[in-house]
Design a binder for this molecule. Structure first.
Ligand code: SF4
Length: 280
């Protein structure tokens, strides 16, 4: 099988940094906790758990040791609780996520009603909501009806959303009759480059594979985008999940991967695909 890999895919700098910090911390500290899964990839979480990284969902599950803040960040309340308990902190929050949190606070201080466009259930969005006062989440156009038209809106976006979605929501806000809006572009360039490369590639192949965790928002977004341009798009976690009957009659396959997919998973998938006879 002919296999083409997207020009940009796999680990982003924020995720790479979080994993490196986790490994270094595990070498030095006795007990290390991650507040939420360190990344949305089950294989990586399992490997780090074997090295001693305990994943907890709340700080009240931790009484001693070191807490690792993952790349999506944590709320101010969680950070305060960690401090109050006297726990050690290793902060692996991505610099771009920290920037969104800082902008939310600045907009609030300037008197704006802060709106983050994105998924209210995503940890990054929850952390932004919890790091400044009065932040509301707008996920769909209908959410705008709950906002006062008289308020000055300060608008930011979840880093991993697509520019098309951001633009669509901004257009809805512009039509909404709000008196004043201030928009700060908080989209992550790494994510956009992965999305552009995936769309370009999926148009040129018979079948497209998007590799990554099923809970990874950026991987799901990549699969959704590719599916719009190539209906033969499949989101898988690894080679073991592939139903090889899908390859029947196919000459060229494309591969991309989310920001939390390790190189080993991508390389193994590509090697196995290349060994598969084309058109069989
Ligand atoms: S996807 Fe972008 S914002 Fe998110 S961790 Fe990676 S580099 Fe940071």
């Amino acid at each position: 099988m002919n296999v083409r890999v997207a020009e940009k895919c796999g680990f982003c700098p924020g995720v790479r940094n979080a994993i490196n910090l986790a490994k270094k911390t595990l070498e030095k500290a006795d007990v290390v906790y991650s507040l939420g899964p360190i990344i949305h990839n089950e294989d990586v979480v399992r490997q780090l758990a074997q090295s001693g990284l305990h994943t907890v969902s709340r700080i009240d599950e931790v009484d001693q040791g070191t807490v690792l803040i993952r790349s999506h960040g944590a709320t101010s309340a969680e950070l305060e609780e960690i401090q109050k308990k006297g726990l050690n902190v290793v902060d692996a929050t991505c610099v771009l996520v920290k920037r969104v949190q800082k902008i939310a606070r600045l907009l609030h201080d300037e008197g704006y009603h802060v709106i983050i466009i994105g998924d209210k259930n995503h940890p990054e969005v929850k952390a932004v909501v919890g790091s400044a006062s009065g932040v509301d989440v707008v996920g769909v156009e209908a959410d705008l009806s709950k906002l006062s038209k008289r308020k000055k809106l300060g608008i930011i976006c979840q880093t991993t959303q697509s520019p098309d979605y951001f633009a669509q929501m901004l257009a809805a806000i512009a039509r909404g009759g709000f008196e004043e809006i201030k928009v700060i572009n908080t989209l992550c360039r790494e994510t956009m480059q992965r999305q552009e490369a995936a769309v370009k590639l999926c148009r040129q192949v018979d079948i497209m594979f998007v590799l990554g965790g099923l809970h990874s928002a950026n991987t799901r977004k990549l699969a959704e985008l590719c599916n719009k341009h190539n209906s033969q798009t499949f989101h898988l976690q690894n080679w073991q999940e592939l139903d090889t009957t899908l390859l029947a009659g196919k000459q060229t396959a494309g591969v991309t991967a989310g920001a939390s997919t390790p190189d080993e998973v991508i390389n193994a998938f590509v090697r196995n695909l290349q060994a598969y006879p084309a058109g069989s």
